[in-house]
Write a protein that binds this ligand. Sequence first.
Ligand code: NDP
Ligand code: GDR
Length: 371
Amino acid sequence: MSKIALITGVTGQDGAYLSEFLLKKGYIVHGLKRRSSLFNTDRIDHLYQDPHIEQRNFILHYGDMTDSTNLIRLILDIQPDEIYNLAAMSHVQVSFEVPEYTGNADGLGTLRILDAVRLLGLSNKTRIYQASTSELYGKVQEVPQSETTPFYPRSPYAVAKMYAYWITVNYREAYGMYACNGILFNHESPIRGETFVTRKITRATARIALGMQDKFYLGNLDAQRDWGHAKDYVRMMWMILQADKAEDWVIATGKTTPVRDFVKFAFAEVGITLEFKGEGVNEKAFVKSCSKPEFAVEIGKEVLAVDPKYFRPTEVDLLIGDPTKANTKLGWTPEHDLQSLIKDMMQSDVKLMQKERYLKDGGYRTMNYFE
Ligand code: NDP
Ligand code: GDR
């Protein structure tokens, strides 16, 4: 018998990679997607199966983390062996703009899943993975951060995720449910959302290298993050739910890098060396040299400036995780490092931008219905 999984947030970066991973393992995968006025399934379109096929193993349902009755009905119908609760308003800066919604979807949404499983009498059957985050650590208390490091959340997003973390622990302790937190540090990929810093950098770098854009703007270049590859991290989500005992786990690479260096490494992938000048809001990056003729950018050109609008009211300065527990108890080791992650993202974004340029040059790019 195939195992049945329900993934909330199936249309997101992790939802897409996890769907692929579980399908390859022979699971029947159900995904929760939101209704939107435009298609929002780009990342999982290659997995789509016609609803007229009888024996489908990838099935999508409309739903929302703010809608309890919808979640109860779906869990009742699906009777999942495993739930991966990945759905969230996941952008830290945006959470300052929509704090109440973030609390509802990211915090109470987790409670809705846990309580649905309990109310439906599935506590002994359904294992639950909660997408917890290194943002819980927030203001630096100790480094590296491990399962025992105290939390100090620094955004409405992190505060909502803190509720989700503790309600998961509480349902495990109160009702004996198999419910786990994966405290995942930043993980990226070619399908990372375009407004997260890594993807913003790789997209802009590709466009600048191809002569499609002059410069771009970032916020805090000093922030340091422990960046891994999403493919490695979704494998870990599954491993967490296969462990004998429900526990909480830190997943990280154990290395940290400033945003500024990520920029340097991304440009290096297209043969461009950058020089940074100035400090704080006046910091800028210029092209120092260019070794790949196909990406010839003028020497001395300004390609990056700081825009304070991307600064956060409260910032998380330094994240570096200690994955010792996952390494030793679950045998997890990542296949990617930062360099291979950046290479993967850059190759993908260069290809994507080359396609975009080709369509634009051919006059096919404009999709303005009002022209
Ligand atoms: P994404 O932003 O790429 O995906 C989020 C998903 O949640 C999307 O499918 C989105 O739908 C869905 N969603 C948002 N709000 C709701 C809602 N109210 N109801 C139902 N679905 C909703 O995030 P990632 O894939 O990067 O992250 C997955 C999870 O892991 C998130 O919970 C995130 O907070 C957490 N996390 C991520 C880390 C990372 O570095 N990527 C690190 C640690 C934790 P739609 O496509 O329609 O917007
Ligand atoms: P983060 O990721 O907040 O760590 O949350 P993000 O990529 O948004 O920011 C990382 C760091 O880069 C700095 N930064 C910028 N960030 C963005 N988005 N845009 C900019 O222009 C920019 N310039 C500098 C930020 O200030 C920050 O310090 C991600 C999300 O996936 C969360 O859902 C997840 O929980 C955490 O990772 C772990």
